[in-house]
Each structure stands twice: as C-alpha cells, then as structure tokens.
Design a protein around this ligand. Structure first.
Ligand SMILES: NC(=O)C1=CN([C@@H]2O[C@H](COP(=O)(O)OP(=O)(O)OC[C@H]3O[C@@H](n4cnc5c(N)ncnc54)[C@H](OP(=O)(O)O)[C@@H]3O)[C@@H](O)[C@H]2O)C=CC1
Ligand SMILES: CCCCC/C=C\CC(=O)/C=C/C=C/C=C/[C@@H](O)CCCC(=O)O
Length: 329
C-alpha cells in the first residue's frame, strides 16, 4: 500500500487563482492489478493551459489536470517495467495507478546526460508547441523577422532558438530585465522588457524598424494590438495562446481589427499542438538532436516540494519563471 497525495481544485477559479481554491488530499492506493502499474512523480509540470482548461474541462472536486515525468515503481504491465520513466497525464498526484493508456514511455534512447525533466519542457509538449508553431504554422524563412512574446518562458525560449536555427532575426518581449538578459544569452537579436518600456509601440518599432514577417503570439491583449500594426504586408501570425486574458470572466468575442488585417493582407492562424499528435515522435527527435548539438538550450525554474504545487502554478502565471516552470517532489 502506498500513500498518495493529490491536489484538488475545490472551487472554480474566479479571476486569478487563490490558495483556498486548492486542497491537498491523501489516500491509500491499492496494489496494481494485472495490466496495471504504480507510478511515482519525479517532475511535475505547471502550465498556463491549466487555467483556461479548468474552466472548460474540470468540475469542483477534480484533481488538477497536468502532466509529469514519473517512475514506474510497481508493474504488472510488461510495456512499463519497474524503473522505467514515463510521461503521465494523471494530474497533480504524487502516485497513481495506471493501465498504461495515459502513459508514454520516455524516448527509448533518452541520453543519461539530458535531464529527464525536459520531457515536460523543451523536449516535451512546450518544445513541440514551439516547433509546430514556427515550422508548420508560420513556415519561417531565412532572413525574416520573427517576434515572440512571453519569450523567456517554456515555449517562447524554444520559439526564438528555432527562429535562429532557421536564420531569422528574432525579437523577444518579456517581463523583467533578468529575462531580457537571458534572451540575449540565448541569441535573440533584440529583446525588451514590456513592463518598463515607455511605449510598447516604440519598442516594437525600434527592435525591427523593417516590420515583422512573423509573430508567435502567446499573450494577447494590448500587445497584439500594437504588434498587428507593425506587421509587414503578407505577415503571418501564429496564435498559440493569450495568457493576458486567462483570468477574464469570459472569453473574448471581439471586435477584431479587420481593416488592418485586410489592408496588410495578414494571415492569422490559431493552433493547438495536439493537431500534430502523430508527428510528436519525430518532433521530439528533432528537438533532442538540436539539444545535443548545443543549438537548443533550456533553463528551468524549479520549485521544490509537492506541497508547493499551487504556489508554483500561481508563480508561473505571475511571471516568476525564467524558462520552464517545474516542481520536484
Ligand atoms: N496552443 C498550444 O498548443 C499551446 C499553447 N501554449 C501557450 O503558450 C504560451 C506560453 O506558455 P508557456 O511557455 O508554457 O508559459 P511560460 O513559461 O511562458 O509562463 C507564462 C509566462 O507568461 C507571462 N505572462 C503572464 N501574464 C502575462 C500578461 N498579463 N502579459 C504578458 N505576459 C504574461 C509571464 O512572463 P513575463 O514575465 O514575460 O510576463 C510568465 O512567465 C501560453 O499562452 C500558453 O497558453 C502553451 C502550450 C501549448
Ligand atoms: C477556449 C479556451 C482554450 C484557449 C486556449 C488555451 C490555452 C492554449 C494552451 O496553452 C494549450 C495548451 C494545450 C496543452 C495540452 C496538453 C495536453 O495534451 C497534455 C500534453 C501531454 C504532454 O505533456 O506530452
């Protein structure tokens, strides 16, 4: 018997999440039955999607949604031997029993010197999001100028680095001077702190007087308004997320700046990484290859202790993280 802890959303978030919206539960788990495994969390991911998805897919009393890198500690399923590591979507739990359907084995040849936490970061869902957004949606070309906001986060850092791999000029926006310095370290050509620039419009113009061919949108709100004005004719915008709107009481319905979209002949495409699910194995290989070659770097913002999951989640939503926000048990 193992004692499993989980974090439950006891109250739907009203605006920004609060400590009282979460409750820690403890339960005894039974032995795994035939075909089942018992997994133990090693690295848990906190991601922005948990905020809007909670509204759409969760009810009060549900365990918080989420993925983790976990170790198989008991197994009655030969596909997942004891000691193997998996990515599980069991949510915010220290332990779980699984029949294997929600588990993906870590890439078979995961190198010993590559941290396994990257499987929920640069070589996991956020990395794939960046890859598909840059290559399949924006289809960036050498010499083009690419803009990304929330640039110092899990997705944004990978977007910028893939942009550089493809020979783009990359401009990033982020919420602190330390983040801006990190973007420069990663090879971003231009970066600015959107919280302290006197004018967002001027900062965007200064960073790329030529205008933007491509914009990888993570934030929404006022940033989109100004960025759209700076797009070149036939510019492309990949709408990956809109974190500045996730705590609003209702999803935005418009109005939309149709005249600018029309006049500039801009193409705007929303996307979810799950559209390319069947490409994930190849995508992960590509990201791992770049990582091994030193072309893709990753930084993590680590919170220690399962008991700190809500704090880590709220901290990420407030911008405390440089790179991927994760929790170690
Ligand atoms: N479409 C898809 O399939 C996927 C979409 N996404 C989206 O990608 C985006 C980035 O996710 P991810 O990289 O995991 O998260 P990050 O690691 O970038 O963390 C979130 C960051 O958002 C920034 N932020 C928070 N509030 C605001 C605000 N009001 N205005 C501007 N920036 C803000 C903060 O950075 P700062 O200090 O710079 O403000 C914070 O660090 C999100 O919109 C997410 O929903 C992610 C995965 C898949
Ligand atoms: C209408 C509300 C939804 C608006 C879009 C909100 C957020 C965009 C976003 O962040 C989407 C993220 C999607 C993530 C999905 C993750 C799961 O499929 C689990 C991934 C498993 C893994 O880590 O490999």
């Amino acid at each position: 018997m193992v004692q499993a802890k989980s974090w439950v959303m006891v109250k739907h978030f009203d605006g920004f999440p609060k400590n009282s919206d979460f409750q820690l539960k403890v339960e005894e788990l039974p032995e795994p039955k035939n075909g089942e495994v018992l997994i133990e969390a090693v690295f848990l991911s906190v991601d922005p999607y948990m905020r809007p998805f909670s509204k759409l897919y969760m009810k009060e009393g549900d365990v918080m949604i989420g993925t983790q890198v976990a170790k198989v500690i008991q197994s009655k399923n030969s596909a997942f031997p004891v000691g193997s590591h998996v990515v599980s979507s069991c949510g915010w739990k220290t332990h779980a029993i699984s029949d294997g359907k929600d588990l993906t084995l870590l890439m078979a040849d995961w190198p010993k010197n590559v941290p396994m936490s990257l499987a929920v970061g640069a070589i996991g869902m956020p990395g794939l999001t960046a890859l598909y957004g840059v290559e399949a949606v924006l289809k960036v070309q050498k010499g083009e100028t690419l803009l990304v906001n929330a640039a110092a986060g899990a997705v944004g850092t990978v977007v910028g680095q893939i942009g550089k791999i493809h020979g783009c000029k990359v401009v990033g926006s982020a919420g602190s001077d330390a983040k801006v310095a990190y973007l420069k370290e990663l090879g971003f050509d231009e970066a600015f702190n959107y919280k302290t620039v006197p004018s967002l419009e001027e900062a965007l113009k200064k960073a790329a007087p030529e205008g933007y061919d491509c914009f990888f949108e993570n934030v929404g709100g006022q940033f989109s308004t100004f960025a759209l004005q700076q797009m070149k004719e036939f510019g492309r915008i990949a709408v990956c997320g809109g974190i500045s709107t996730y705590h609003d009481s209702a999803f935005q319905t418009g109005p939309y700046p149709l005249t600018t979209i029309n006049w500039k002949q801009v193409k705007i495409e929303g996307f979810m990484q799950s559209r390319w699910q069947s490409d994930h194995p190849q995508g992960l290989k590509k990201l791992m290859g770049w990582y091994k070659e030193g072309k893709l770097k990753s930084r993590e913002h680590v919170t220690k202790g399962f008991e700190n999951m809500p704090a880590a989640f709220m901290g990420m939503l407030q911008g405390e993280n440089i790179g991927k926000a994760i929790v170690t048990v």
